[in-house]
Design a protein around this ligand. Structure first.
Ligand SMILES: [Zn+2]
Length: 125
C-alpha cells in the first residue's frame, strides 16, 4: 500500500532567513516495494530478451541487462519512500512556491526558488 504523507520542513535562503514549508512524500509498504522491484526486474529482463536480436551488440547488451535486472530490483526494493514536492513560502521573495523533487533526492538539499531563482536550502524541521 502506498501512503501519501506530509512532513513539515524548513526553507532557508543564503542569508539565513527561514520559512516553513511542507514536504509531500510517498511511503511504500512491503508489498508495494516488492511490486516495484519485480517491475524493474521485468523491464531489464524484457530488454535482455529484445536485444538478443541486435547483431554484435547482443554480446554486451544481453548479459548486461540480465545482470542489471536483479541489481536494479534490489536497489528499488530498498527504497521505502520517495519525495514528491515541497510547498511553502520562499524566504527571499515571500511568494508561495511549489518545488518538484526527484525520486532520489535527499534532505538537506539546495535548490532554486522557481519565482526569483534565489538559491534556497530545504532542511528537515
Ligand atoms: Zn523566491
Amino acid at each position: 500500500m502506498t501512503e501519501e504523507l506530509t512532513r513539515s520542513i524548513r526553507i532557508v535562503n543564503s542569508e539565513g532567513k527561514e520559512t516553513s514549508g511542507s514536504l509531500r512524500l510517498r511511503v511504500y509498504g512491503p508489498r508495494e516495494r516488492m511490486k516495484r522491484a519485480m517491475k524493474a526486474l521485468g523491464i531489464c529482463w524484457g530488454l535482455a530478451v529484445v536485444t538478443v536480436f541486435i547483431p554484435i551488440a547482443h554480446f554486451v547488451l544481453v548479459p548486461g541487462f540480465f545482470i542489471a535486472g536483479p541489481v536494479t530490483a534490489f536497489l528499488r526494493y530498498r527504497v521505502t519512500e520517495t519525495m514528491d514536492s515541497v510547498t511553502g513560502h520562499c524566504p527571499t521573495c515571500g511568494e508561495e512556491v511549489t518545488i518538484p523533487l526527484e525520486a532520489g533526492d535527499q534532505l538537506p538539499k539546495w535548490t532554486y526558488c522557481p519565482v526569483n531563482n534565489d538559491p534556497v536550502q530545504l532542511l528537515e524541521a
